[in-house]
Design a protein around this ligand. Sequence first.
Ligand SMILES: NC(=O)c1ccc[n+]([C@@H]2O[C@H](COP(=O)([O-])OP(=O)(O)OC[C@H]3O[C@@H](n4cnc5c(N)ncnc54)[C@H](O)[C@@H]3O)[C@@H](O)[C@H]2O)c1
Ligand SMILES: [Fe+2]
Length: 401
Amino acid sequence: MGFINRNEPFDRAEFTFFVPTQIKYGIGKVAALGMELQVEDDLASCNNVMIVTDKGVLAAGLVDKVKAGLVDSVYEIKAIFDEVPPDSDLRIVAKCAKEINDLGINLIIAIGGGSVMDTAKLASLIGTHGGEVRDYEGGFMVPGKCIPIVAIPTTVGTGSEVSVGAVVKDHETKTKITIASPHLYPRIAMLDPEMVATLPAKLVAYTGMDALTHAIEAYVSTENQPISEALAFRAAEMIYDNLEIAVKDPSNLDARAKLQIASMLAGMAFSNAPVGATHAISHTIGGLYGLHHGLSNAVALPYVMEFNLESSPSRYAALARAFNVTQTGLSDLELGKLAIERVRNLKVALGIPERYRDLDVPSNQETIDKVTEIALMDICMAFNPRKAEFAEFQPLVQQVI
Ligand SMILES: NC(=O)c1ccc[n+]([C@@H]2O[C@H](COP(=O)([O-])OP(=O)(O)OC[C@H]3O[C@@H](n4cnc5c(N)ncnc54)[C@H](O)[C@@H]3O)[C@@H](O)[C@H]2O)c1
Ligand SMILES: [Fe+2]
């Protein structure tokens, strides 16, 4: 339907778009994993395999599917590392990296959501280049190639299977650490809708809202450019059209498949046009209070859209079109407000609480100040379309808490 945005002057003198990950999609595709890997010249001889996963994914029977897909192939599973906790943990990454070295692993298969895929990325990094995660914090700090990763996503949110980064929690300091590098892209992303069929409705809602946040924040990112824009817009449309259906009807594999594809599109978009203030706040809340990443994004998203609206009204107006707003004769600001209203309504339909205080986050002044301070230091703030200092940002945090 409709149009993306008007024929505005092109405001980028130059841009780069980079996603090196090969994407293989198919219902039941995992059953042919061995064959799919073997046909890749560079992976044919990488046959000392470690599977990285977590206990929930293991219990859902998803590791068994992958094991079956490797039977009669050249790939030998030397270890299954299933200790990844939600948001992962610096010590777990170190432990996984040590096992990688001890066993001479040369191929990692990550089966899980963002926590698993990011642990695999960072364990591959430390297993290859040594040191500890903190040594590589920030952007472009990874010195070279790492052990290749085959990422098999089992949630519909992070896009980590095609993304430039990894996020991990330091449970001692209660902070989240972001590492971004072209060397952290997985070698292959295998998208098989059967791998998300077991995802509980609540996690479909949370992770789907994470993907929607990626799409919206990439679309309005200071780094947005025509390729990321096309990916982000299509992702926003697909998520809006399918998220509520997928949450309310767990048997609808079509809706889940579309969410899986959309979250991947959004991952490619934000790897080139990074996310903004919603993620800065959500990383802070996740670090301090352990809320699921997608849930904490979902709570903050409409508030941040409102905060940003006047900085890029035509972009939010275009998003209204992605959310099936068909009215004509409205100004960009009016359309942008309708886009925000649609996101708020979706949040309600998915049963997501209005504010963090509804999720037991303290709402006192001390918390508001602390969250404001930490969020403003998050790397994502650099890409938010509206720049803000403490005095301007604090009222936003106050609203969302
Ligand atoms: N690297 C990136 O680009 C990026 C982007 C966004 C978020 N993240 C990070 O990803 C993490 C969150 O990842 P997530 O939202 O995918 O959740 P998750 O990986 O933490 O998984 C959540 C829970 O879902 C369970 N689960 C996963 N798939 C399942 C399935 N198919 N069936 C049954 N249970 C299943 C897991 O066992 C786990 O208990 C956060 O740490 C966040 O910061 C990374
Ligand atoms: Fe995210």
